[in-house]
Structure formats: C-alpha cells, structure tokens
Design a protein around this ligand. Structure first.
Ligand code: PFF
Length: 420
C-alpha cells in the first residue's frame, strides 16, 4: 500500500498543488488527510478485509448483483484510466530525466536553463511519446507477470527514496535564503483563505493516498494480521512525510535560487526546481540519476496498482486472460495519453478534472455505498476490536457517513454557484 500511495503524487504533484497557498494550503491539506483521507482509507481497507476480494467482487459480495456497486465500480475504473493517461506521461518524463540529468545537470545554472530543459522534453512529441510508451509498457508487463518483483524492489528501494529525500531536505534547508521558503511553507494568513485551496487539498489528498477508486479494497483483502487502523496510520504517515519532504526540498530552493518564489510554479515545478537543486550540490549528477531512478520505481508501483483495476474488471466481466486484458488497457491508455502529450494545457485540464472532480465524485459515491452497508461490512466492529475504542469507531462512522459527503456536496455547490 505504501508502494501505491508514495509516487509522483507526493513528489511531483504536491508542490504544484501547494502553488501560492503556502502554510494555509498545508494546514488545509493536513486537515484533509486526517478528517477526510484517513476514514475513507480505513473504510476501503475494511471492504477488502471483509470480503477478501478486489473491488469488483467485493462490491458484488456486499451489495449483491445490484446496480449501484457495479456503476460505482465502473466509474472508479474510468477514473483510474483517465489518471493513467497523464500519470504515464509524467512517469515518461522521469525516464527521460534519468538520462538527461546525468549529462546535463552541470549546465542547469538557473531557472531559465531548467525551464528550457523541460520545454525541450515536453515540446518534443516523439520524445514524450516514447517516454510514456516505455513507462506504460513496463507497468503493463509488471501487471501481467505479477507484482512480486516490483514488491521486492519496493521493499529495498523505498527506504532509499526516503533517505535521499531526507538528505535533499537537509541540503535545501542549508541554502542561503532558505528561511524565506520555510516561512512561506509554515506560516499563513487566514484572510487569504479561499475555496479553491480546499478543492485542491482534498483532490491532492485523494490522489496522493490512492483513495476513492478501490485500489485499497484490493490491499485490504490481503490485510490479515495487521489491522485496518494500524495499516492506515502507517501508510498515511509515510505518504504525508514524503509529501512534506518534497515541499521542504523545493520551496526553500525556489526562494534561494530565484527571486520569483512560488510564482514560477506550474505543473512542471518539480521538474524545474529539482534539477536546479542537483546542479548546485556536490555529486549532483549522481544524486540526480539515483533520485530519478528511485522516483521511477515508486511511480511504477503506483501505476501498476492503477492498471490492475481495469485489468481485473476485464478479466472478471469478459472472461479474458490477464495478458489480453492488460494489452487492451495498455492500448486504451496509450491512445488516451496523446492529447496530454501534444498539449500542456490539456494535461493541466485533465489532471485538474481527474484528480479533483472525478476522484471526489468517486469518494462521494463510495460514501453513499458505505452509508448503506456500514453495518453489513462491520467496519465499526473491526475498529472496536482492533483499538478497543468505541469512540474512535463512532468518530470514523460519523466522518464517513456525514462529514465527508457534506464537504464534497458543499464544494460542488460552491463551484456551481461560482460558475453561474
Ligand atoms: N498515490 C499515487 C501517487 O501519489 O503517485 C497515485 C495513485 C495511485 C492514485 C493509485 C490513485 C490510485 F488508485
């Protein structure tokens, strides 16, 4: 589950989601993780633990052959496919950066040079296409031959990723002018509050924690000896620590190397700021190559968990063999990624739509499902049995049944009112 959660969401997307929000965004994000992410995370694990099946079978086992579970499952699958269309492209950029940064790092002396490198890569259709292709092909092959290999790889490489992020955080903190970046990240003015931060923070929490689309149901089905509360807290803490480290690496460096601060952000923020950090540190090229390889492995594990959902659905509903279902999903995602490869504006649009609106819609549908079947799944009992605390079980039940859906509905309404 840590392999699925920790990926590009924490390292590429989190700093970009912070944007100009600084400490205020961070506070809203932490609130979203605890009040929104944690209860849904536990509930998804509980569905898997109860039914011992992946999402498709689990909803059927709980709700019978009824239509609601089926429709929800299909919407989750569509969301995972849409996410994969741009996730593969960003994964492809990581592959390209492994090769480019080894030789080019020394030449990235300022933000303009970093921007030019990114523009050269994203502006070249074929380079981006082949990056996307290779990333997606490797993810699909892992999905076909089984996840054991990548699981083992993750076990060793994930701690290395943590270590390298920790070293980079310390490096950023010692840069001249880093204090300004830390001040931006950890102080806030409540009068800057705006609903856009709430939407972005909730979407980022769903994306980063892999909640809403049923991936965790699958992990929950393997959740034997470790309880759902303990597992949730471990995975969510690991993911949040990685996200925070990524912000601590990028923002102080931005303030140190440019006068513009967070205004030079954008979707490519991490791809501009990180090479700049590497180029200004000792053994930069070596660190850069190692970093992008580790990030790539983390991204692959996340991608495999995203691909597994539609593949399992095709195998289950059409009776296809795994390789046939995987090849079909590979082709759909590759074709779907072409608009994002061609246009940075489309990439931004699809990322915004899928990560915020589609994932939140998935969570809302899941909440309605959970409201109906809460007792049948026995989530409160699981929490009580594990922690001995009926109060905690009551709080989680309240958050899932009332708080989370209410927040999403308010967000939808506030957006509709803004539009019209
Ligand atoms: N959590 C992953 C990341 O942060 O990169 C992305 C992701 C994986 C989102 C699996 C959703 C999902 F179901």
């Amino acid at each position: 589950a840590i392999g699925s959660a920790v990926g590009l969401g924490s390292i590429w997307r989190f700093p970009y989601a912070i944007g100009d929000g600084g400490g205020l965004f961070l506070l809203i994000y932490l609130g979203a993780v605890i009040l929104f992410g944690l209860p849904i995370f536990m509930a998804e694990l509980a569905i898997g633990k109860k039914t011992r099946q992946g999402p498709v079978g689990a909803y059927r086992a709980i709700a019978g052959a009824g239509n609601y579970g089926k429709r929800m499952g299909i919407f989750q699958i569509i969301t995972s496919l849409v996410i994969m269309t741009f996730y593969s492209l960003i994964g492809g950029y990581c592959i390209i950066y492994v090769f480019k940064s080894g030789v080019l790092i020394g030449a990235i002396t300022d933000m303009n040079a970093a921007q030019n490198l990114f523009n050269d890569i994203s502006g070249s259709f074929w380079l981006s296409f082949w990056g996307t292709f290779v990333f997606l092909a490797v993810s699909t092959v892992v999905c076909v031959v089984g996840v054991k290999g990548i699981e083992k790889l993750n076990k060793y490489l994930m701690p290395m990723l943590f270590l390298i992020l920790f070293v980079l955080s310390i490096n950023s903190l010692t840069l001249p002018g880093a204090a300004k970046g830390m001040q931006f990240l950890f102080s806030f003015n409540a009068s800057n509050f705006n609903m856009h931060y709430v939407l972005t923070a909730l979407g980022q929490a769903c994306f980063s924690l892999s909640i809403g689309i049923g991936v965790l149901v699958l992990f929950g089905s393997y959740c034997d000896d470790m309880g759902i509360v303990k597992s949730s807290i471990i995975v969510i803490s690991a993911d949040t620590i990685v996200s925070l480290m990524s912000a601590v690496i990028i923002f102080p460096a931005l303030f140190s190397f440019t006068n513009a601060g967070p205004s030079v952000g954008g979707l490519e923020l991490a791809f501009k700021a990180l090479p700049l950090v590497f180029s200004k540190m000792p053994c930069g090229a070596l660190v850069a190559v190692s970093f992008f390889i580790l990030l790539l492995v983390a991204a692959l594990a996340s991608a495999v968990s995203l691909i597994e959902l539609p593949v399992a659905y095709l195998m289950d509903s059409c009776g296809w063999k795994r390789w046939k279902a995987s090849f079909c999903i590979f082709s759909i995602i590759l074709i779907g990624s072409i608009p994002s490869i061609c246009s940075a504006r489309f990439l931004k649009f699809i990322d915004y739509t899928a990560s915020n609106w589609m994932l939140l819609a998935c969570v809302l549908l899941l909440c309605f499902f959970l409201r109906r079947y809460w007792d049948k799944i026995g989530i409160s009992q699981m929490i009580k049995k594990e922690t001995g605390s009926p109060i905690l079980a009551g709080i989680i039940c309240f958050l899932v049944k009332f708080f989370v859906p209410a927040v999403i509905i308010v967000l939808i309404l506030s957006n509709i009112c803004n539009i019209f």
